[in-house]
Design a binder for this molecule. Structure first.
Ligand SMILES: Cc1ncc(COP(=O)(O)O)c(C=O)c1O
Length: 279
């Protein structure tokens, strides 16, 4: 299937946009809209499609043997790539951190294997060097987490789908999503860090309309946190939208805190990007 047909038949694009309500902000005339990229697809949801699309599209004009990327044993990025490759007939390779693992180690890996992704398990030390095994040298490489110029470019279409607004909030992992949104928009973007990687993010040339918010990392990346878990559960109860504590939970927590603390001017129109990640 080609990309255009796949988008038309399998993906929910453009993704919907929904307003969410709360006395806390409605009383100040602040409006909060959620861009529901989580609804694009159950597997290539949120920013995964936005980040991968250009890699998949470019592949069809290239002489590469397939697409290769890196990740851990539970990488959503690799999972999405494996599914996209399977759907579009593109060979994929996943270089997985952990030489002790096998295709049977967890349901994620075995599903990726079933979709035809070649899984290559390497030690954490070799993984850090991001060396491409010789047998895959003809594969186009997508960096860990999908970061790259093509991923950043992929945000242009997302920005085109957004309504006019005063401020955009999005979660930051590798930074591709936030950088891409800011690059293609004239609106101010708040990128909420989900791990302590400010210096790494700032080593990229950041658009001047992107501000990095680092006060909501909540300690170690992905470590379970009761406050965030409770926040996500309450958010779901109130707004009927699922969020998870690693990315969108932190982003919405920051957004709500900014409103509560008076950092957002009255009558501001905000858009929060739901970048997916909910299983
Ligand atoms: C659900 C979700 N939201 C946000 C992000 C952060 O995106 P980026 O790596 O482009 O900063 C990720 C990581 O890919 C993610 O899985």
């Amino acid at each position: 299937m080609d990309i255009a047909n796949f988008e038309f038949n399998a993906l929910h694009l453009p993704s919907p946009i929904e307003e969410i309500f709360d006395e806390c902000w409605n009383s100040k005339g602040i409006q909060v809209f959620v861009k529901r990229d989580d609804l694009i697809h159950p597997i290539i949801s949120g920013n995964k499609w936005r980040k991968l699309k250009n890699y998949l599209q470019t592949f069809s004009f290239s002489t590469h043997s397939g697409l290769l990327s890196f990740g851990g044993a539970y990488s959503n990025h690799l999972y999405a790539l494996a599914f996209a490759g399977h759907s579009l007939g593109i060979p994929t390779v996943g270089i997985i951190r952990g030489e002790e693992l096998t295709t049977g180690s967890n349901a994620f890996l075995s599903q990726m294997n079933d979709w035809g992704m070649q899984l290559h398990f390497i030690s954490r030390t070799v993984y850090r060097s991001k060396t491409i095994p010789l047998e895959y040298e003809k594969y186009a490489v997508i960096a860990e987490g999908g970061f790259g110029e093509l991923a950043i470019q992929g945000m242009e279409i997302l920005v085109d789908e957004l309504p006019a607004c005063d401020l955009i909030y999005t979660a930051v992992g590798t930074g591709a999503t936030a950088i891409g949104i800011a690059k293609h928009s004239e609106t101010s973007v708040i990128g909420v860090l989900t791990l302590n990687n400010r210096s790494e993010i700032e080593s990229h040339s950041l658009p001047t309309n992107l501000s990095i918010e680092d006060a909501y990392v909540f300690g170690k990346y992905a470590k379970q946190n009761d406050e965030l878990d409770l926040f996500c559960a309450e958010f779901h109860l109130q707004h009927r939208i699922s969020i998870e504590p690693i990315y969108t939970g932190r982003m919405f927590y920051a957004l709500f805190d900014h409103i509560k603390n008076g950092h957002i001017a009255p009558n501001t129109k905000l858009v929060a990007i739901h970048t997916g990640g909910v299983k």
